[in-house]
Design a protein around this ligand. Structure first.
Ligand SMILES: CC(C)(COP(=O)(O)OP(=O)(O)OC[C@H]1O[C@@H](n2cnc3c(N)ncnc32)[C@H](O)[C@@H]1OP(=O)(O)O)[C@@H](O)C(=O)NCCC(=O)NCCS
Length: 212
């Protein structure tokens, strides 16, 4: 039996065969016109699965102009969430109170506010209670430390932490990062990923070079 099945909503099965319903493959529990999610990316929370989009990106509305894109093999811990562009109030006036939202005739009246997509690459670990602010791009292989507030783009294979999140360290030297990005193992067929798990887990780029 393959280790991973991209079609499952609840991919962890406990001893005894019960699915663990608090960890979900996002792609299979979210149907949102402004979200795009890749295979095997998961998130954990204790609410019913149908509330997942709301918990993960509470200000991303079906009519929002920005998009939230999450790649493959992304690991999102409990309490982490995305604040997207639609969360922003107009700041150019003398008040930030969104008066026009309260009248159906004028609710669309903030459509001229600037917006930016949020993009999460592949194989990224987002720690417990992390907050990702509007318009951020997180590079492949990055780690966002627990309770961070990410306000700027995160380079591939960086570890960032704190509020505002700053670079803690790079995970590998530049040449290894370049090779990992070139290898793009997340785009391999699943049987190739599974056949090379030991190489992926060992931390030595040389082991990946012989991957078949
Ligand atoms: C970032 C993390 C991965 C540790 O990485 P690491 O390289 O082993 O980091 P270290 O513990 O050696 O700490 C390195 C530095 O990062 C800082 N740091 C660690 N975690 C941090 C955090 N959450 N926020 C801010 N800074 C943090 C440390 O204080 C240390 O700073 P210093 O060099 O000034 O002393 C870990 O702290 C973390 O946040 N893991 C996420 C756990 C989680 O949320 N799990 C949820 C279930 S999946």
């Amino acid at each position: 039996m393959p280790l991973l099945n991209p079609e499952l909503a609840f991919p962890i099965t406990l001893a005894g065969g019960t699915p663990y319903r608090q960890t979900m493959y996002l792609k299979n529990v979210i149907d949102h016109p402004r979200m795009e999610i890749g295979d095997f990316s998961y998130f954990s929370h204790s609410a019913p699965a149908e509330e997942t989009a709301d918990i993960l990106a509470p200000y991303l509305y079906p009519f929002s102009r920005e998009k939230l894109t999450i790649g493959k093999f992304v690991q999102i811990a409990r309490g982490a969430f995305f604040i997207t562009s639609s969360a922003n109030h107009a700041m150019g006036g003398l008040t930030t109170y969104p008066f026009r939202v309260f009248n159906p005739d004028t609710i669309g009246g903030y459509d001229d506010l600037p917006f930016k997509d949020t993009v999460v690459g592949h194989d990224i670990w987002i720690g417990h209670n992390a907050t990702i602010m509007p318009g951020v791009t997180i590079g492949h292989g990055a780690i966002v430390a627990a309770a961070s507030v990410v306000t700027h783009d995160v380079p591939p294979y960086a570890i960032v932490g704190g509020n505002p999140a700053r670079l803690i360290r790079m995970r590998y030297p530049d040449e290894v990062i370049a090779e990992l990005l070139q290898t793009a193992w997340w785009d391999w067929p699943l049987d190739k990923v599974e056949a090379n798990l030991a190489a992926l887990e060992c931390g030595d780029i040389k082991a990946l070079r012989g991957a078949r």
